[in-house]
Design a protein around this ligand. Structure first.
Ligand SMILES: *[C@@H]1O[C@H](CO)[C@@H](O)[C@H](O)[C@H]1NC(C)=O
Length: 208
């Protein structure tokens, strides 16, 4: 074997591996989901990348930028590997039967523009790590079974335009700082929330 072919073996192989880390992350997601309508049938992990899979969209560099599985009748849970989709801009998982906790690793997706998890069975807390999602404009978590208080860290998300946590089981008070100054009260309806927090009074987990 020539030096070049040995070099290519390492370089080409490692670059194929790194491209497919996103495919591996998506395939790990598939193994966690029950899929009675076979919407994930095209998700073949032996392909070089996941860019030809249905419900997955890539950019021109073959990085996954969208995952569109709204209204797909899938159930199961999400796992930490979703945090490896570093280029993801749209995470659309609305109106399914997905349960368990929302992985804190979703806070690694710092290119994310829209996260729609509404209409599922998610439980546990809203991860504080979502405060890292500085590009986020749309965050809809309504119609789940989320508990705990709304993390104050989310008030630093200056691009947030839509925030909906209605119809959960959240407690404490509603933040009033940053983008929260402009969200309508309907976004918080049907929880156990105590109303807007009073300026300067740290009472948000009172009764939580
Ligand atoms: C969703 O999946 C369930 C099985 O888990 C099935 O009984 C039902 O018909 C499916 N619904 C739709 C709208 O396809």
């Amino acid at each position: 074997m020539s030096f070049l072919s040995i070099l290519c073996f390492f370089l080409c192989f490692s670059s194929a591996l790194s491209t497919n880390s996103e495919g591996n992350a998506l395939h790990a997601l598939r193994t966690r989901l029950s899929d009675p309508n076979n919407v994930l049938q095209s998700w073949d992990p032996t392909l070089v990348n996941p860019c030809t899979w249905f419900h997955v969209t890539c950019d021109t560099s073959n990085h996954v930028v969208r995952l569109d599985l709204g209204n797909s009748n899938v159930s199961g849970t999400l796992g930490p590997e979703l945090g490896e989709l570093k280029h993801l801009q749209y995470l659309e998982l609305y109106r399914n039967n997905i349960g368990g906790k929302i992985p804190k690793e979703l806070g690694n997706l710092d290119k994310l523009i829209s996260m729609d998890l509404y209409g599922n069975k998610f439980e546990g807390k809203i991860p504080k790590s979502f405060a890292n999602l500085k590009s986020l404009r749309f965050l809809r978590l309504n119609d789940n079974k989320l508990t705990g208080s709304i993390p104050r860290e989310l008030t630093t998300l200056s691009n947030l335009k839509i925030f909906d946590v209605s119809h959960n089981d959240l407690c404490g008070t509603i933040p009033v700082d940053g983008p929260f100054a402009s969200f309508p009260m309907e976004s918080f309806a049907n929880n156990r929330l105590n109303g807007p927090e009073l300026k300067g009074l740290v009472s948000y987990d009172f009764g939580c």
